[in-house]
Design a protein around this ligand. Structure first.
Ligand code: COA
Length: 457
């Protein structure tokens, strides 16, 4: 008889015993990392990533060189050589949506002309549908509380609908990438609707995408029962997509894209691997934590304007006494940025407007106070080498909350944006294909004399 899901999911004492054996036999001496000069996490001792590749897709600047000295500076982010603020300024000034144009820029390396953008939007609209019965057979059949897993499963399943899955010629990969950029919003939202219906007992909404709408507008209309949204809501979500679309070659999911592409595998497998990476709480999941931490703070503090109480709460987080006891203040700090994260700055400039539209100015004031006070509190309690400031997740979580997006969709929305960057990097790897990525691991296990089963007792 087949095991029930609760039986299947149970960790038995036998498994605990195996875990103990496993742990005991996998204790690598920490000093060996230094002895063999292994760069753990592919980082130098000062936290800087080791050089693993070259890219023209984007650049992150957090230090300037002044008289031979590395000096922390305001963060800068360039997509294909253009400062992200200028790109955003361009489409915001014209009240256009920017994500599609940004995806084109990242993937093809130049800003589109009006005709190129029109054609690209038409292609996205053409591909923005799922194969017949895919929603019924793949998405609704096995709903999961984890939309990232559903997304990865659906991406892999898409391979069986493609007659040229394994063809890695550039034009075919471009077709597959545009298709995935177009359908990620559909799969993510439908996966949430299925979960919300089957697990939470809510009504099931499967709205059709509308070809004339941007990616951001489609997300909002697919999600909401009445399909309605305001222009400000759609434009802020569009900006969030632009700001999450790309972040260099070294971030975990993009590096995964390079690693997997270098083996010659197909686009679906590559994107499923990138999704698996992004899903990790050390990568794509911080914005959920920010919102939960601020919720906890609002619940715990009787007066949200009492800055001493806010400081005490934040210090409590660092001491591991508050919120999730991790010792972290979420939404603060970044592995690369120092004085500021340009994405957070840009996003903040619109968050106030949205807070006003939603009547959430009081929450916005609290977020602003935390943004100001947290770096001071962290600096008092930790050794700061390069400065700590609010990162993009600090405000993106708040924006998603104000837009009424369910937390289950926060990381999938990140994926909806980042698949554009992954596509660009897959193509860059394919065009400049060098060797298969294959770093060295030093074997530190001493050789042993084999014992037969009888001798082992
Ligand atoms: N909360 C608590 N401590 C923090 C912190 C935060 N938000 N940000 C930095 N620090 C600590 C670091 O742990 C480090 O202390 P340590 O040397 O005792 O370990 C010190 O301040 C200096 O950190 P720094 O070198 O600037 O950054 P890092 O590369 O060590 O850490 C992060 C970068 C992103 C892992 C870290 O800032 C963090 O965990 N932030 C919270 C989670 C988050 O918002 N992630 C989203 C990133 S986009």
């Amino acid at each position: 008889m087949a095991a029930s899901s609760s039986e299947y999911s149970r960790v038995t004492p036998e498994l605990e015993a195996l875990a103990q054996i496993c742990r005991a036999n996998n204790q690598i001496n920490k000093d060996d990392y230094a002895r063999f000069e292994v760069k753990r996490g592919l980082r130098d001792l000062d936290g800087t990533g080791v050089r693993a590749g070259l890219t023209e897709i984007s650049e992150i600047v957090s230090f300037k060189n002044e008289d031979g000295q590395k000096v922390p500076c305001e963060g800068e982010l360039y997509y294909r050589g253009y400062p992200v603020e200028e790109l955003a300024g361009g489409f915001i000034k014209d009240s256009r949506f920017g994500f599609e144009e940004t995806a084109y820029l990242l993937m093809f390396g130049q800003l589109p002309t009006k005709a190129q953008l029109r054609d690209f939007n038409a292609q996205l609209a053409f591909y923005r549908s799922l194969p017949t019965n895919f929603v019924r057979d793949v998405i609704l059949k096995a709903p999961s509380q984890d939309m990232m897993n559903t997304l990865a499963r659906c991406v892999l399943t898409m391979a069986s609908y493609d007659e040229h899955t394994d063809d890695t010629s550039l034009a075919n990969v471009i077709r597959q990438c545009i298709d995935l950029i177009a359908i990620f919003p559909l799969i993510s939202v439908y996966a949430y609707q299925a979960y919300n219906h089957y697990k939470n007992g809510c009504s099931l909404y499967i709205h059709a995408p509308r070809p004339e709408l941007s990616t951001a507008e489609n997300i909002l209309s697919l999600l909401r029962p009445d399909e309605k949204y305001t222009p400000l809501e759609a434009h802020i979500l569009d900006l969030c997509l632009v700001l999450h679309a790309e972040h260099g070659g070294g971030n975990n999911s993009t590096f995964t894209t390079h690693v997997v592409t270098s083996s010659g595998t197909d686009t679906y497998s590559c994107m499923a691997a990138a999704l698996a990476s992004l899903k990790g709480p050390r990568h794509g999941g911080a914005n959920i934590k920010v919102v939960q931490m601020l919720d906890d703070m609002q619940f715990s503090l009787p007066d949200w304007s009492d800055e001493d109480a806010i400081r005490d709460y934040l210090a409590g987080c660092l001491e591991g006494e508050r919120f999730d006891h991790s010792g972290l203040i979420y939404g603060m700090g970044h592995a690369v940025y120092s004085i500021s994260d340009p994405r957070a700055k840009l996003l903040k400039s619109f968050v106030g407007q949205l807070a006003e539209e939603k009547g959430m100015q009081k929450e916005f004031k609290l977020y602003s106070a935390v943004e100001r006070l947290a770096p001071q509190v962290i600096a008092e309690k930790r050794k700061i080498y390069k400065g700590v400031s609010a990162n993009v997740d600090f405000y993106s979580g708040f924006v998603y909350r104000m837009l009424g997006l369910p937390v289950e969709l926060y990381t999938p929305i990140f994926a909806v944006a980042r698949v554009a960057g992954w596509s660009a990097h897959r193509m860059e790897e394919l065009i400049n294909m060098g060797k298969i990525i294959r770093p060295a691991y030093i074997a530190v296990q001493p050789h042993r004399d084999y014992k037969s089963l009888a001798e082992r007792g």
